[in-house]
Ligand binder design. Structure first.
Ligand SMILES: Cc1cc2nc3c(=O)[nH]c(=O)nc-3n(C[C@H](O)[C@H](O)[C@H](O)COP(=O)(O)OP(=O)(O)OC[C@H]3O[C@@H](n4cnc5c(N)ncnc54)[C@H](O)[C@@H]3O)c2cc1C
Length: 517
């Protein structure tokens, strides 16, 4: 479904203004074009194809419900947008239409220190929220690398992953309940139990999880009640180095299987990552050449818990071949975890060694511990292939992060970071990227993994494999989508869900049909 573009003089805009007021509707080019893309790789040469027709800036759930009902009457797509930091294309309006930007819904509505919850609008970020909560000795421990810029609405929209999820859980564990405007305009609340602040119940279907990570295809979150935990007395970070990836991999296994309850996360850096950091990241403190892999660990909790646990952790790392990298690297690098990722902004061409502007992209499969070495080799081989063939990519190495909440041992969020010289994208280079993306996802599935641990798999190259990963579950997903969104207005084009309405629906990408490359 692609509705005809909305002209700037269209009476539809007046209908929107009657719901949101004049300052809540932006149809000017800067407002629309600035909300076309997110940091996920984007075919910049086709920017105009995906620019929304209009942007709305609601303040209440009722306004959003009004917009959604109006959109249904006119058959116009609606796409929620929060911090716009998604590394999928979740907030990109593939079929244009209305962007619902929730940033003005950024209030803290209630802090309940007795039942330990905080209730917020979807437009607040974790940094701002925790600045306020600090005064009360508590925190909301959702801690992605995008901590200062992603918003609660987007965290729910993607079902985000947190760097300290091993200790505290990820977004789905930390959001107790939320209010959501359904695609037909009704406002409902879903959660872990009947009351807004109940964490466990066995009544009915567990609908919270249906509306967690739906990428804006099933509605718009307008309020969320979140978990509060005591602020930790201690954040202990320790980084270790190893003479080989194999040694670091085995040590990672020993550390994560230690059973230490205060362990918040373990991150393994591979050899490609260290080579890249030495070569091109000015913020990295260079290590001696014999350092081939690094493992970062972090523990959170009370002093009485963390002190003895840290001694045990350091002993385990040393006994499994690690050498402590010192306080400066350990504390400095962990403290910079929210700033480091997207900063390099440049990469290097293999052929000439020339330094060129590049943007950062990462894949985020979930893979079992046993398969990490094979996935690493195969992903680097794919990166090698496109670097040689297209000359606009660079391999920035891989990270392996503990993935499961409270159970850090079994599977890992596996990330390969790839630099992309976006200005050089044209149809040929873009097709090369999409093919590589598809191959990376296929490797994850080959080893029994998931395409994505936190970003989502709606992108070109991923979407067709998402249906494969889900097996028969994808038919259930399509049936749910049809029932909840009879007119396919909520974020159409995502996850090949247009095929829920028409098996031959055209793809939103490059004019191809859905269901294959
Ligand atoms: C430097 C950097 C580091 C990152 N590190 C991490 C990390 O450690 N962990 C992690 O999980 N992710 C990480 N990401 C990815 C990104 O920050 C997350 O996916 C985040 O959850 C997106 O939030 P957002 O507010 O930016 O959402 P957006 O990008 O605006 O939207 C994401 C999706 O949610 C939908 N959505 C937005 N608002 C709503 C709403 N109110 N109701 C329903 N759906 C909605 C959108 O339609 C879209 O599909 C990182 C990104 C960057 C740029």
């Amino acid at each position: 479904m692609t509705a005809p573009p909305i002209a700037q003089s269209d009476p539809f805009l007046d209908e929107l203004r009657s719901i949101l007021g004049p300052d809540g509707v932006r149809a000017d080019k800067p407002a629309r074009w600035n909300r076309t893309r997110v940091p996920a790789p984007f075919p910049v040469h086709r920017w105009a194809d995906y620019a929304p027709d209009v942007v709305v800036l609601p303040r209440t759930a009722q306004e959003i419900a009004g917009v959604v009902r109006l959109a249904n009457r006119h058959g116009i797509p609606v796409v929620p947008r929060a911090g716009a930091t998604g590394l999928n294309d979740g907030a990109v309006p593939l079929r244009r239409g209305i962007i619902v930007d929730v940033k003005r819904m950024n209030q803290i509505r209630e802090i309940d220190l007795v039942d330990r919850t905080v209730t917020v609008g979807p437009g607040i970020n974790m940094l701002k929220l925790n600045e306020e909560l600090r005064k009360h000795g508590v925190m909301f421990p959702d801690d992605p690398a995008s901590y200062p810029c992603s918003l609660v609405g987007g965290r729910i929209g993607t079902s985000g992953w947190s760097l300290i999820g091993g200790r505290y859980g990820h977004t789905r564990d930390l959001v107790i309940s939320f209010e959501i405007v359904l695609p037909t305009g009704e406002i409902i609340r879903v959660g872990d139990g009947g009351g807004r602040k109940i964490r466990k119940s066995s009544t009915g279907y567990q609908l919270k999880h249906l509306f967690m990570g739906h990428q804006g295809t099933l509605g718009i979150v307008t309020e969320a009640t979140l978990e509060l935990v005591p602020r930790p007395e201690v954040e202990f970070a320790a980084f270790f180095h190893y003479p080989s990836f194999q040694a670091a991999y085995e040590s990672t296994g020993a550390l994560t299987k230690s059973g230490l309850a205060t362990l918040a996360g373990v991150v393994l850096f591979d050899e490609w990552k260290l080579r890249y950091l030495r070569r091109d990241d000015e913020a990295y403190i260079p290590q001696a050449e014999n350092v081939r892999a690094v493992v970062a660990t972090a523990m959170y909790g009370t002093r009485d818990e963390v002190k003895p646990a840290a001694r045990r952790l350091v002993r385990t790392a040393r006994e499994s071949g690690g050498t402590y990298l010192g306080d400066e690297v350990s504390q400095g690098d962990w403290a910079a975890r929210h700033d480091r990722y997207a900063t390099p902004l440049h990469g290097r061409l293999r052929t000439t060694g020339q330094v060129v502007p590049m943007s950062w992209h990462c894949e985020d499969a979930a893979i079992n511990y046993s398969a990490l070495p094979q996935v690493m080799e195969e992903w680097h081989a794919i990166a090698d292939r496109i670097i040689d063939r297209y000359g606009i990519f660079d391999d920035w190495g891989m990270f392996f992060y503990t993935n499961a909440a409270h159970k850090p041992w079994g599977d890992y969020l596996v990330e390969i970071d790839i630099g992309i010289w976006e200005q050089k994208l044209d149809d040929v280079n873009w097709a090369g990227w999409v093919e590589a993306k598809h191959d990376i996802a296929a490797v994850a599935l080959k080893y029994g993994g998931s395409i994505t641990a936190c970003h989502g798999a709606t992108r070109e190259g991923d979407a067709e494999l998402a249906a494969e990963e889900m097996g028969g579950g994808f038919e259930v997903m399509k049936a749910i989508k049809r029932v909840l969104d009879p007119n396919n207005i909520m974020n159409p084009g995502k996850y090949e869900l247009d095929t829920a309405y028409d098996p031959n629906a055209p793809s939103p990408f490059s004019g191809r049909r859905t269901g294959g490359n």
